[in-house]
Structure formats: C-alpha cells, structure tokens
Design a protein around this ligand. Structure first.
Ligand SMILES: Nc1ncnc2c1ncn2[C@@H]1O[C@H](COP(=O)(O)OP(=O)(O)O)[C@@H](O)[C@H]1O
Ligand SMILES: CC(C)(COP(=O)(O)O)[C@@H](O)C(=O)NCCC(=O)O
Length: 317
C-alpha cells in the first residue's frame, strides 16, 4: 500500500525547495564547484546551487540523526554494561536504474565526511551482490538483472550484519558496468566506518519468505535512515536513453566492454536498443519491485525533468 492510501494526514511532512532550504540556513556549504563536477554522474546536471538548496539541509538532518542514534546506542551499552563500540550509522539509497542514486550517494558521502563526528564514510553499491552472469544464465534469469531474484541477498545481509556488529574489515564483492559482470576475485573492504551508505535498486525490499534466510531479515532492517529517489517514469526513461547514447563513445567503446557491439550504433539504432532494454527489464522492475518500496523510506526526494529536486518528504510517523 502506498502512503497516499493511508487514512489521516499520512506519515510524511512535505517541503518544496525553498521551505526545505530554509530549515538549515546556518549550516555551512563545504563543497566547491569543482567537487560537484567531480562527483556528479554521467548526464546529471547537478550544480552547487542544487547542493546548497537540497543536499546541505539533508546533510545537516543526517548529522542530527547520527548523533541521536549514537546516544541511543550508548544508552543500550550502559544498560548492558558493555563498552560502546561505535556502531556504524547505515543509510540506504533506493530508486530506479538511471534515476541518479549514485550521484546523491557520492554527494552525501562527501558532505557527511566533512562533519567532525563522521570523518569516515564508506559507500557500497548493491550491484556487487548480483549473482555472476554464469549463475544468472544457469538459472535462466539473465534478462532479470536488477530484479530481487538476481541478487545474493543472503550475502548482502551477512555483509551488513558484520559491518553493524563492528567487524574490523568486511569484504564486499565488486561489479563492473563495463564487463557487465562480477569482477572475479575483486573486493572492497569496509573497515569500521562512522557511516556506511548502501545504494541500490532493491535496498528497501521487504524480507522474502521464499528463501531459507536466517529469521527472514530484510536489508533495510540494518538501516538507520533511508532515502528513495523518485521521478516520473517518462523522465527516468529519457535519462536512461540519453545516458545510453553517451556511453557509446566512452564505456561501450572499451575493448573489455560487454556492450562493444553498441559502440557503433547510429543514434536511431541506439535509441531503439536503449528503449528495448528499458521496456523489457528496467521499467517492469521499477513498476513491480522498486516503486512499491517508496513508502518505506524515511525521506523521499522527487526530481523534476532536469534532475532538480522539486519536493522533499520526510517521515514523521
Ligand atoms: N552500461 C554502463 N556502462 C558504464 N557505466 C554505467 C552503465 N550503466 C550505468 N552506468 C553507471 O553506473 C552508475 C549507476 O547507474 P544506475 O544503476 O543506473 O543508477 P543511478 O543512475 O541511479 O546512479 C552510474 O554512475 C552510471 O553512469
Ligand atoms: C547493475 C544494475 C542492476 C544496478 O544494480 P544496483 O547497484 O542498483 O544493485 C543496473 O544498472 C543494470 O545494469 N540493469 C540491467 C539492465 C540494463 O542494462 O540497464
């Protein structure tokens, strides 16, 4: 059920850009134009003004949540007669393919790391927990990449449990968009960060009961805060197609690219190919699996047609 279907005023408080921006007027803006240029994704026109209006207040809100959650952990530790070990604060970022999750994740990582309480911020993407192509092929689901069943959810949940319990060094597997597969033997190590950002299509999926997972945990059970990035599907589809056109001369042209055959496509052919992938994989996944998780997020950022955030909804219930 979407939050809009709930009786009463609903669990979210809504802001436009200006009212949101006014909530943290005294918070400093720690980034420069050059930082933003370095951090934004392909095709995303994010600029310093947008960071100032939308992401500066958000980083302030997150820093307040981090402090309050730390106090709560400290209270539990006092009760349990344990030494407080600095449990990492975990933020989930969800939304469609091509909605711009990775840009938001990188901006927040950089901004949170400038707060004195959280100098160490790690970021992982859930694509590292996709099953390798060989396994997707063996299961006959190569055309379902990004759907919930294409991930090793048990490995992702074990990874998060280890990070949250304060393990010294926790490995995450690595995915390559260029080879379109898991990179054999590669890993990212997460070493007791103050904050961990977990970005991916399905991070707000509820627990599944059709797999023998310990006590049916959901990935989001490990989150202290979650963000859903929303936009009209027609806009996301256009961003996907535009990015696909740009990738012809960059990632697709690399000799190790899985998509090398797309590098030489004409504009019309490339649009047709991108639309075919969107319509057969990414749109059904958005409609069936990703969009229904929106109402589980702590905060929903709704983007307009040029990626600028138009509405911010914060859960208050
Ligand atoms: N085929 C591709 N080749 C190279 N990079 C890609 C490809 N598809 C997506 N990317 C890059 O991977 C990142 C994640 O993309 P995606 O999963 O669509 O999420 P989002 O756009 O929400 O960040 C983006 O930085 C994007 O530019
Ligand atoms: C790798 C992805 C599943 C995203 O994974 P995520 O990090 O969000 O878990 C997605 O970018 C993707 O490649 N989807 C398959 C269809 C396509 O090529 O667009």
């Amino acid at each position: 059920m979407d939050s809009d279907d709930l009786p009463g005023p609903g669990p979210y408080i809504e802001f436009g850009r200006d009212s949101w921006s006014r909530l943290s007027e005294s918070t400093p803006l720690p980034l420069t134009d050059a930082d933003v240029e370095r951090l934004r994704g392909l095709g995303d026109p994010l600029d310093l003004n947008e960071v100032d209006i939308v992401y500066r207040p958000l980083s302030r809100l997150l820093s307040l949540y981090v402090s309050a959650t730390g106090t709560l952990h400290q209270a539990s530790s006092t009760f349990l007669h344990e030494r407080w070990d600095g449990t990492p604060f975990v933020i989930g970022i969800a939304g469609s393919v091509a909605v711009g999750k990775s840009t938001v994740a990188r901006i927040l990582r950089e901004m949170l790391a400038r707060w004195p309480e959280t100098p160490k911020v790690d970021l992982i993407t859930t694509d590292g927990f996709l099953l390798p192509n060989s396994e997707l092929e063996a299961r006959g689901i190569m055309d379902r990449k990004g759907f919930p069943e294409s991930y090793d959810r048990r490995a992702l949940i074990n990874f998060l449990a280890r990070v949250k319990s304060g393990d010294e060094s926790v490995p995450a597997p690595v995915y390559s968009h260029v080879t379109y597969d898991i990179v054999p033997g590669a890993q990212t190590l997460v070493r007791r960060p103050d904050v961990l950002i977990v970005e991916g299509l399905n991070v707000l999926q509820p627990a599944r009961t059709d797999q023998a997972l310990p006590s049916s945990l959901a990935v989001s059970d490990f989150f202290d805060f979650s963000i859903y990035i929303d936009a009209d599907e027609a806009n996301i589809r256009r961003w996907y197609v535009e990015r696909f056109l740009s990738l012809r001369s960059t990632a697709f042209a690399r000799p190790d690219s899985y998509f090398q055959r797309y590098a030489g496509l004409s504009d019309n052919e490339a649009v047709a190919q991108a639309v075919a992938i969107w319509d057969s994989i990414n749109a059904p996944n958005l409609q069936e699996n990703i969009a229904p998780t929106k109402s589980r997020a702590t905060l929903v950022l709704t983007k307009g047609e040029s990626h600028a955030v138009q509405q911010i909804r914060l859960r208050k219930l």
